[in-house]
Design a protein around this ligand. Structure first.
Ligand SMILES: *Cc1c(COP(=O)(O)O)cnc(C)c1O
Ligand code: SF4
Length: 383
């Protein structure tokens, strides 16, 4: 029997390239596909943005009042995913300032997760028994309007200097209970390959460190950053997990597909951490489509985060029920692989608390009355 040998990946072809807006129509591919070019051409002003999309008055005003405290920065690639006429475009909501940012509610907090309090040394948050967050930079290719670390990100004065990096490495070396290090930021891929390799190799040399993770949104906002060299480099430091942050199916492009493929081919397991955002993805249909696309990109949906109580992002916050409702509409209805954990990162530093629909109807002695995803009831009896 003859087999049809697949010579090209037909799944890849279902992912369209990002469209190229007029101002970059004549840009050479070698520039467009180069992450340094993408980084250098980032949109940082309203004048530049107006050449790409039709800016609304509310956005212009919000930019004027916000850019000193929280920069705007959008890579040409990510800007090309913005619908130029739709003020509610999900990519636009995540990257262009809006009036809602200027509203600070009395309940909003500067550091809702108390990351600073649980900092034994600057740059390390050690909250859980066996793992730490390690901040290595405060830059990101795109400044997400919903960022929970707005107080730090985009502020050059808070970037992790070499001394801080060494102190963080020393802390991890001295704390034998740390078996899992989440390299974070900002976006750690804003570091050069050399600096990242230095960090990875130092961590890998620590006997008690078992797994490394890189938390990066570059797969979404600057997929060109994942070069062949970078993928070759990370291979040396396995087990290395990648945690990324796709929020909407529109972000699942050919470019993103290829970036994920390079990392997956290099042996990385990729997880997605979506943030639940009003008007962007607070709809089970959108999340299901996103998660199906992510699985085709070899990315496993891992968390859905309830939006934090950070200052200036209350316009993104949804009721908690929205997250529970999303899980209710996924579990059972689609692959278990497409069902992430919905968590609330407890204000005040309580950590991630999972919430899920209640499938337990009643519990009497040895009898457990349970319901399934279709709301049918079943009894499980213990011996
Ligand atoms: C999210 C987080 C981690 C990692 O948590 P996992 O549930 O293991 O993915 C570690 N430290 C801090 C402070 C965190 O917020
Ligand atoms: S990439 Fe992450 S850290 Fe950077 S602005 Fe976006 S949410 Fe914040």
């Amino acid at each position: 029997m003859a087999f049809n040998i697949i010579t090209k990946n037909t799944v890849r072809e279902r992912f369209p390239n990002a469209p190229r807006p007029d101002i970059w129509k004549d840009t050479e591919d070698k520039d467009w596909n180069n992450w340094i070019w993408q980084q250098q051409k980032r949109i940082k002003s309203m004048d530049q943005l107006e050449k790409v999309i039709h800016v609304a008055d509310d956005e212009r005003e919000a930019f004027a009042k916000s850019h000193e405290s929280f920069n705007m920065g959008i890579t040409p690639y990510y800007a090309s995913l913005i619908d130029k006429d739709d003020p509610n475009c999900p990519v636009r909501l995540q990257s262009v300032p809006k009036g809602g940012e200027l509203v600070i509610l009395p309940s909003d907090m500067e550091d809702p997760l108390a990351e600073e309090r649980d900092m034994p040394t600057p740059g390390i948050t050690h909250r859980y028994p066996d793992r730490v967050l390690f901040y290595t930079t405060h830059n990101c290719p795109v400044y997400c309007r919903h960022c929970t670390r707005k107080r730090k990100v985009a502020d050059p004065s808070s970037s992790a200097a070499n001394k801080q990096l060494e102190d963080g490495l020393a802390y991890i070396e001295q704390h034998k209970e740390v078996r899992d290090v989440v390299i974070s930021g900002g976006d750690p891929l804003s570091n050069s390959d050399e600096r990242l390799e230095y960090i990875l190799s130092r961590l890998r040399a620590i006997e008690h460190v078992e797994v490394l993770r890189l938390g990066t949104r570059n797969l979404v906002t600057l997929p060109q950053r994942i070069t062949d060299n970078f993928a070759q480099m990370v291979k040396k430091y396995h087990p290395l997990f990648i945690h990324t942050h796709f929020n909407h199916p529109k972000e699942c492009t050919r470019e993103a597909f290829d970036a994920c493929a390079k990392l997956a081919d290099a042996g990385c397991v990729i997880h997605n951490q979506m943030v639940l955002l009003k008007g962007v993805n607070d709809d089970p249909k959108i999340v299901k489509e996103l998660n199906h696309k992510l699985l085709m990109m070899r990315v496993r949906p891992y968390y859905i985060f309830q939006c934090d109580m950070s200052q200036g992002i209350s316009h993104f916050r949804t009721p908690i029920e929205a997250g529970i409702n999303i899980i209710e509409n996924l579990r059972g209805w689609t692959s278990g692989m497409a069902v992430p954990h919905f968590v609330v990162d407890a204000p005040g530093g309580g950590g991630k608390i999972p919430l899920l629909p209640n499938y337990l109807v009643k519990h009497e002695g040895k009898k457990w009355i349970l319901r399934n995803y279709k709301n049918q009831q079943f009894t499980y009896e213990e011996p």
